[in-house]
Design a protein around this ligand. Structure first.
Ligand SMILES: [Zn+2]
Length: 389
């Protein structure tokens, strides 16, 4: 291994190092040794601090420009950084270690996604204890659960995670044909091998032993995106989910599989209720002539039923056989006017109400509607309008 191998490759567990400043550009610095991962391949850059003279300053961004790694410092004081001066660099280790765990878990998941479902990983992103994988085709929930079962089983076997760095010639000769996914044309090729079964080109940071991942847990599977948790974050998430389910079980007194059945039945019941609503209104309309009032010579029904919506009103409308005029205030303070009497037109009544108020609405001779949110006693207004016809 040559000297210019970054520390994050050769010693990913190194939390701090001494280094020298080799280039300064105001708040951006370059060092002779690379402790901080500059980001790439879905893994975010590291964070941490730099100690210089009596100051300890946060490193807030790390990035590569033309192959050189730069560190952006959060500098409030006026400090002149000098080239060749010594600094101490220290990682936010907790964050880095969680990223190493997530990244290693992703290698394993992508391996099984391909092995079990002939499906490639198109994109992967990590955060502390979180993974998001986009796959080349849609996997269903059971496909993903099977991948997780195999992966978690592998974690328990605690295989080694091995970092291999070779030059391009050796890569071509010995490794290229064994690589899963994209190959590399860099002069120096970095590979990660899981146990004796998976080999990929990767420049990120990983744990040394698979068991360090401490479990992979599913959050969601939507379209082609799988979201997961690892380690402590996953354990907490799963326990919280279990607690939610437990609370539901207490309310409903049903065990989880029975709970799904219950929810399904409730959904069906709801549909029945809506259909029942229409049926009720239909019956009402069939007997409508028995309780209509006479205004002028017209048979008029005025109703205030705030649970009715337009679909229900229109479905029931088909049942009206009498020559009648019906006004209903339904859901969201919408006034529905239905006329089966050609001498009194629903849209004309609406227009007359519009002349007296600022309300908006319209329709045709048989059916019209308007919002009566800001109108006091709208049914009384309908009565007045019909009286004046
Ligand atoms: Zn990797």
């Amino acid at each position: 291994m040559t000297d210019d191998t970054p520390v994050f490759w050769s010693a990913p567990y190194q939390k701090e190092i001494c280094a020298k400043i080799v280039e300064v550009n105001e708040t951006e610095l370059r060092f002779d040794r690379a402790l901080f991962y500059p980001g790439g391949g879905g893994q975010p850059h590291d964070l941490g601090t730099m100690s210089y003279q009596e100051y300890t300053l946060p490193i807030i961004e790390v990035y590569t420009i033309e192959g050189e790694i730069w560190h952006k410092i959060d500098k409030k004081e006026t400090i002149d950084f000098q080239v060749d001066e010594d600094v101490k660099l220290e990682l936010n280790w907790n964050r880095r270690y969680n990223l190493m765990r997530s990244h290693t878990a992703q290698h394993l998941l992508s391996y099984y996604i391909r092995e079990m479902h002939e499906c490639e990983t198109i994109k992967a992103n990590f955060d502390e204890g979180k993974i998001e994988i986009e796959t080349s085709k849609k996997l269903n929930l059971n496909d993903v659960i099977r991948v997780l079962e195999e992966s978690n089983h592998r974690l328990e076997e605690n295989a080694d995670v091995i970092s291999i760095i070779v030059n391009q010639e050796a890569f071509q000769e010995e490794y290229k044909r064994k690589i899963r996914g994209k190959t590399s044309d860099e002069k120096k090729v970095r590979m990660i091998q899981l146990g004796d079964f998976d080999l990929v080109c990767c420049g990120g940071t990983h744990v040394n032993k698979m068991a360090e991942v401490r479990g992979i847990f599913l959050e969601t599977v939507k379209n082609r995106v799988i979201k997961l948790y690892t380690g402590g974050k996953g354990i907490n998430y799963t326990n919280r989910q279990r607690a939610n389910l437990h609370a539901l079980e207490e309310i409903t007194e049903k065990k989880d599989s029975k709970l799904i059945e219950l929810v399904n039945n409730k959904l069906k019941e709801n549909k029945n209720l809506e259909e029942g609503n229409i049926l009720l209104l239909k019956l009402l309309f069939q007997k409508i002539h028995t309780w209509s009032e006479k205004i002028q010579n017209y048979s008029v029904i005025l109703l205030d039923i705030p649970t009715l919506d337009r679909i229900t009103v229109q479905a029931a409308l088909k049942e009206v056989r009498e020559k009648i005029f019906v006004a209903i205030i339904g859901k969201n303070a919408i006034l529905y006017l239905i006329s089966t009497n050609e001498r009194i037109k629903a849209n004309e009544v609406i227009d007359k109400i519009k002349e007296k108020t600022r309300a908006k609405g319209g329709g045709n001779e048989g059916f019209a509607q308007m919002s009566v949110k800001d109108i006091e006693e709208p049914l009384q207004l309908v009565r007045e309008v019909i009286s004046s016809l």
